[in-house]
Write a protein that binds this ligand. Sequence first.
Ligand code: SF4
Length: 406
Amino acid sequence: MNACQTWRVTTSFEEPAASPLTALLLGVRGSDSKQDLKSERGVSCPGDLPAASDPDLVERARAAKAALGDRVFVLGHHYQRDEIIQFADVTGDSFKLAQKAAEAPNAEYIVFCGVHFMAESADILTGDHQAVLLPDLAAGCSMADMANGEQVRAAWALFEELGIAGDITPITYMNSTAAIKAFTGEHGGTVCTSSNAERALAWAFEQRPKVFFLPDQHLGRNTAVHAHGLALDDCVVYDPHKPHGGLTAEQLRDATMILWRGHCSVHGRFSAQNVADVRAEVPGINVLVHPECKHEVVAAADFVGSTEFIINTLNNAEPGSAWAIGTELNLVRRLAAAHPDKRVSYLDKTICYCSTMNRIDLPHLVWTLESLVAGRVQNQITVDPSTKKWSKVALDRMLALPALGD
Ligand code: SF4
């Protein structure tokens, strides 16, 4: 790892260029789109929303929030727009926000400005007297949508047929549906986040010799190879769209890590070429990326870690140091604004937001809050009791993970 390198200080953030993929179209937008209530992609918002051009939106949101007082608790994920973050009572990554929701038992309403799986986790961890609301039901996560319960059960049935299921501990990333969390809970596994994946993997290998990692192949591979010293050849990728996952019985028996073929459409865009380009442009720059990036990007970077790690690293960086950051653009832009004494740039040359995170905007927030003031609960996210029971088992195992070295 490099120490912080000093570089010419700039106070302006260089905006990457817009591209046709500026916001990846991950959510369902129109009434003609296929709508699947079971999908993370959700449904288009049925609400009677205020116009985005209404000049009073900020004031309306402020007034509604003030009227609700302590009855409402607004959570804002780090990838949310600035116009939403200004109303968040707390900001954080998905796990921190779920924890914060659980620590607010007096709030009747938890308004989750994030995506669907996060609101589900909040519902699992909060009391029955609390309602968790997602301002736009189309705010899903494409990665979470890459693994559904039926596909995962089919994979497990194959492992049972091959006689290897008893050797496998399933781990699911926080970025998965409640159904997948419940599956891991029911099969002796746990949930992990990008902050504790190393600990979760160490725990899993203490239980059984093999791990089935869902749904982000990159986080699974990066953790296995960089933190646990496994070889790339110890990992195989199970493709749910191919017979037997596209793998032979021998490959499945030999593998230490069976990775689900899922990825984040935002972090998956960064390339090793981006790292080479930024290093050629700014000698000595520190490259800091999220572990949802591809293995070759993580291998070429100087630092890798969760969004909380990225924020803390920037907070502790020396004035004058230069940083290229590989994570969602809303967060990178806010970091650049918060650190005018450092050179902060986006790792890619073209803009790419998480479009589903961006579904939550001021009109949706105003509609949600004003509806609550009027006594109407909109877009409540509820997890059924059986799914809740087993996903809580998996989440509780994660909370009980021993620290490394203990
Ligand atoms: S940034 Fe990636 S993992 Fe996060 S919500 Fe968007 S698509 Fe899902």
